[in-house]
Design a protein around this ligand. Structure first.
Ligand SMILES: Cc1cc2nc3c(=O)[nH]c(=O)nc-3n(C[C@H](O)[C@H](O)[C@H](O)COP(=O)(O)OP(=O)(O)OC[C@H]3O[C@@H](n4cnc5c(N)ncnc54)[C@H](O)[C@@H]3O)c2cc1C
Length: 152
């Protein structure tokens, strides 16, 4: 099991989110409640779309205060540019903890894993991409290296 503070932080948030409903239904909060620091009991004009479902909640229970504060100021900033972004019935569904890999499998200039010939760590899981296009581009980069190697 990977043990580093980033992964521990990710696991802590995922564990706390699960504990809210003891299921994989995601905690979800109305923006007006988030700004009022109160728990959401029912949703307004915006219906949640997250599958397998959500539970009305208070995302401050799972996200540290500094992240909630940054979210609040960020949402208000976007609302200055995108009027209505911070509408009270808008929903915050959290957490999305699986974005780019916090670790990277080191590779050499031939894009093979250091010390493991023939293994080409590539894409998101190996720590070389953070999105569909960058993963595809990295896959192509590795394929080109494999072809070069096969053509000697
Ligand atoms: C909720 C969510 C939303 C996202 N939204 C966007 C977005 O809007 N735009 C964007 O650009 N990116 C988005 N991403 C990121 C994007 O999905 C990834 O960056 C991209 O899919 C990474 O591609 P990949 O080929 O490196 O890895 P993956 O797509 O993860 O593919 C890895 C594959 O390996 C398979 N696999 C795993 N273990 C094994 C094994 N032992 N044996 C055989 N096969 C195995 C898996 O089943 C999977 O099919 C999102 C990701 C998530 C989770």
């Amino acid at each position: 099991m990977i043990r580093c503070k980033e992964v521990e932080f990710q696991r802590k948030i995922e564990r706390e989110a699960y504990e809210i409903s003891k299921s994989y239904m995601a905690p979800c909060q109305k923006l007006s409640d988030f700004f009022a620091d109160t728990e959401t009991k029912s949703f307004g004009s915006v219906n949640p779309t997250y599958k397998p479902g959500v539970v009305p909640s208070d995302i401050r229970k799972i996200l540290p205060g500094r992240i909630c504060d940054n979210l609040k100021s960020g949402i208000l900033n976007i609302d200055k540019k995108l009027k209505g972004f911070a509408t009270g019935d808008a929903l915050l569904t959290a957490p999305e903890t699986r974005s780019s890999s916090p670790v990277r499998i080191l590779r050499d200039e031939t894009l093979q894993a250091i010390g493991i010939e023939g293994l080409y760590p590539s894409g998101e899981g190996a720590g070389y991409a953070g999105g569909i296009m960058s993963a595809a581009a990295d896959g192509i980069r590795c394929a080109v290296k494999i072809i070069e190697k096969l053509n000697g």
